[in-house]
Design a protein around this ligand. Sequence first.
Ligand code: B16
Ligand code: MG
Length: 267
Amino acid sequence: MEQALGRRKEKKGAEDWLRPWEEGKRKRAQKIGSGPGKKRENLQKGKNRRMKYTAVIFDLDGVICSTDQYHYLAWKEIADDEGIYFDEQINNRLRGVSRMGSLEIILERASRAYTEDEKSAMAEKKNEIYRKLLGRMTPADLSEDVAETLKKLKESGIKIAIGSSSRNTPVILKQIGLDEAFDAVSDGNNITKSKPDPEVFLTAAGMLLEDAKNCLVVEDARAGVAAAKSGGFDCAGIGEASQDAETNYPIQKISDLLKIVLQQGAE
Ligand code: B16
Ligand code: MG
């Protein structure tokens, strides 16, 4: 991808790279059980079970869906405009990191210092580009594996929540048809400290009225694993996070959670 993008001008390259990905999407807009009545019923079921984990808190980007490519394209445009080197490996370091934190990582390669006003303008412009790209997301971007897992957890009375650094969480959830699916949503809009600080997960647990020890956090980023562990949560890690020594349960796919959560008794 790095090469493919490098060969062409940014706009054309981005379109070319995204086309097969867009075409490969499954034509499916499956919604999982939702609505206020359903939520109350599920919360009640969770209270009656003797499970170690009564709730699962999901990171959004890289766990529920993938927005990596959109973050990459948006930051690439900003970096190119400024003549700052940026590639996919640097993009990988931005996972789970806040927008301004991400910009600071990109500016490590800059040849001059930027004022706070310049940084704010760059972050705002990046977000405009990113928001346009998010408009391409549809419920077909939700994998069957994720949709089925959420459905089974809810049917089993396990509470489900989002714990994401992204301030675009409401937009993303709406695009993929999950805006009514979660019992709680904690995101970049209601926290003051980003991952690796545990605030986003502690807020989610608070919204669910659960203790951290009863919630399993699911993460794809090392910053997210660190956040979970420092908040007193157990953590399942997918992708890069599955390699993290602090991850309690390395998983290959989201449905691996079902074994961990549903087949585990109280401690
Ligand atoms: P935004 P997550 C994180 O989401 C992304 O992984 C990270 O790349 C991004 O910089 C951050 O959200 C902030 O996103 O610019 O949309 O507020 O993984 O915590 O769900
Ligand atoms: Mg993530």
